[in-house]
Design a protein around this ligand. Structure first.
Ligand code: UTP
Length: 280
């Protein structure tokens, strides 16, 4: 059976759309309800069976790592005060040895960030989760994807049907044919004109990629915006790996920008009780 044990979390971006907050607070630590964005993504990966969590971080954003490490002084104080529920919340995110951190010293784009994690991937398949794509799903998105990928293999990207009016803001999947949620694809087109978009399926921040994508990334030259694009490397890998979209069941919020964040926060309470009781 195909296994997926490593997930990469690119978190080294500047978060300029959230300035001035992100001058000192990493975007990925902003809370939806009572937990930071990054914790939802890590929990999603855990639920999908991930065992190695690789953060591609910036040296100025170490608070992100601290969130997943023990906090002995705080834990001792909460224990002494008998605050068991609070103590659980502090301990729950701790990843121990499963947390690996590499640094991206310059924010040269998502593809470059993923390449920074190459030493922790080798030639094995790996997942990439962008924590600012906040997903509300009854069944965690990556878990849904892994179940489909075990049959399909290849490279897989999560997709959302955003309609023709919105597609030009996204990477767009060129769908060849679809069976249920699994969409066989010819490739991807970055931010196409609405009139020229090959489909209305937008690529969002969940990927399952073959190890060969790392080699393709190493050979990829800067593309749009002078950044090294992950989509270019996935396209370059198409000679050896099939490409699939996965139209996951659930809702996506763009928490990379304030309006999406506000929408996620307003939507969350109605679904929280269900989500928490399902997870309990
Ligand atoms: P975004 O493009 O949404 O994040 O990247 P950003 O660049 O931080 O935000 P803006 O555009 O300046 O507002 C999605 C994810 O990829 C990471 C980000 O931290 C975020 O989690 N990223 C982005 C990197 O790790 N490195 C990069 O060079 C770019």
């Amino acid at each position: 059976m195909k296994t997926l044990k490593t997930a990469i979390f690119p978190v080294a971006g500047l978060g300029t759309r959230f300035l001035p907050v992100t001058k000192s607070v990493p975007k990925e630590l902003l809370p939806v309800h009572d937990r930071p964005l990054i914790e939802y993504a890590v929990d999603e990966a855990r639920a999908a069976g991930i065992e190695n969590f690789v953060f591609v971080n910036a040296r100025s954003k170490k608070a992100l790592e601290d969130h997943f490490r023990p906090s002995p002084a705080l834990e001792a104080e909460l224990a002494a005060k008998g605050k068991a529920a609070a103590l659980d919340k502090v301990r729950q995110p701790v990843l121990g040895d499963a947390l690996k951190v590499v640094y991206q010293d310059q924010p040269l784009g998502l593809g470059h960030a993923v390449l920074c994690a190459a030493q922790h991937v080798g030639d094995q398949a790996f997942a990439v989760l962008l924590p600012d794509d906040f997903l509300l799903c009854d069944r965690p998105c990556l878990k849904q994807m892994v179940e489909a990928w075990r049959f399909s293999g290849g490279n897989m990207v999560a997709t959302v049907d955003v309609g023709r009016d919105a597609i030009s803001a996204y990477g767009c999947l060129d769908v060849a044919h679809g069976t249920g949620r699994l969409l066989a694809a010819n490739g991807m087109v970055e931010k196409p004109l609405a009139s020229e978009a090959p489909s209305t399926h937008a690529v969002i921040g969940r990927y399952i990629l073959q190890g060969s994508v790392m080699a393709a990334l190493a050979a990829t030259r800067p593309g749009a915006g002078g950044e090294i694009q992950l989509t270019d490397a996935i396209a370059a890998d198409s000679a050896q790996s099939k490409l699939f979209g996965f139209a996951f069941e659930g809702r996506r919020f763009d928490c990379g920008q304030p309006a999406g964040f506000a929408e996620a926060t307003m939507t969350m309470p109605g679904l929280t009780a269900k989500g928490l009781s399902a997870a309990a």
